[in-house]
Write a protein that binds this ligand. Sequence first.
Ligand SMILES: NC(=O)c1ccc[n+]([C@@H]2O[C@H](COP(=O)([O-])OP(=O)(O)OC[C@H]3O[C@@H](n4cnc5c(N)ncnc54)[C@H](OP(=O)(O)O)[C@@H]3O)[C@@H](O)[C@H]2O)c1
Length: 342
Amino acid sequence: MAASTNRQWVLKSRPKGWVKETDFELKSAPAPEPGEGQCLVRTLYVSMDPAMRGWIEDRPSYIPPVQIGEVMRAGGVGQVVTSRHPELRPGDLVQGLLGWQEYSLVGGAGLMPASKLPPGVSPVQALGVLGLTGLTAYFGLLDLGRPQAGETVVVSGAAGATGSVAGQIAKIQGCRVVGIAGGAEKCGWLTREAHFDAAIDYKGDDVARRLRELCPRGVDVYFDNVGGPILDAVLAHLAPRARIVLCGGISAYNESEPPPGPRNLMALVIQRARMEGFIVIDYAARFPEGVKQLAAWVAEGRIAHREDIQRGIENAPKTFLRLFRGENLGKQVLQVADPGRS
Ligand SMILES: NC(=O)c1ccc[n+]([C@@H]2O[C@H](COP(=O)([O-])OP(=O)(O)OC[C@H]3O[C@@H](n4cnc5c(N)ncnc54)[C@H](OP(=O)(O)O)[C@@H]3O)[C@@H](O)[C@H]2O)c1
């Protein structure tokens, strides 16, 4: 199949405060030709991740910022169209940083590597429960949180891709698990389908009061995806020797100025508690271990997962914004093409 045009979203302006659809521009370019050692990949699914909001800020981070005029960076799963790569064949499914575009080149010097999907892993699972968000939950909770059977674990962003898996892993470890999420539908899903013991609707409930009711002996492990007032409320309710896993702080990602720090940090001193951040890519060498374990739990029905699939490359910015409005339940992905179709 000969690819023709490549629709791609480039970064047009750096957002000030809330990211807007108009911070991106849809352009068309000829689909690129693979050089020696490269292959042309057609994007099937794009992963939408809150971290991408940080990637478009011009400030030092764990990854260089996307430049104005560059294709918006994003993880994705695609299918090899033509290949001059020694190990990839047309039809192979690969994952990598494919970006908000219909086609990309992978492999070869100076280009992003792409790896074949592990056998038995579907494209959507490879971006979610068996991909970076599942692995973030796995390593963050187990390595940093170190939950013990009988302990109380609280997870914020609990109905999202990372939080929902973190809570269920804690359940598998024999913990009592309380999720914090926005709205009755998400809270209902947590307790009915995702094995959580209880859920707090931070948009409707008094979080501090519900924490006191649901965690009478305090919180042993807090897996934090949101920061802000919810982190403060949990800090005020820690058990002795508590561990706080700082996974993310989405409540502040669209703030133009960093919000004031948590008011209840002294609780760490009083409770001899620990708060630690991490970035999942530091665990890359152990990803196969994580994927294997997560896949086994999914197959055993011990981890429920949901995906929110939007469609069409033209909807990339709109789909990205869903994360910050809390419109996604589970992993947010954008389907760009069907496998096997030109
Ligand atoms: N450290 C790492 O290596 C790493 C890797 C992956 C992800 N992360 C972090 O993990 C977190 C979750 O990422 P994800 O990909 O799994 O996304 P997600 O949880 O599937 O989606 C984002 C969710 O955040 C919630 N949210 C949005 N604005 C909020 C606010 N102001 N206050 C509270 N909650 C808010 C929304 O749920 P509600 O409807 O419940 O508000 C939304 O559905 C993010 O902070 C992300 O940056 C970290």
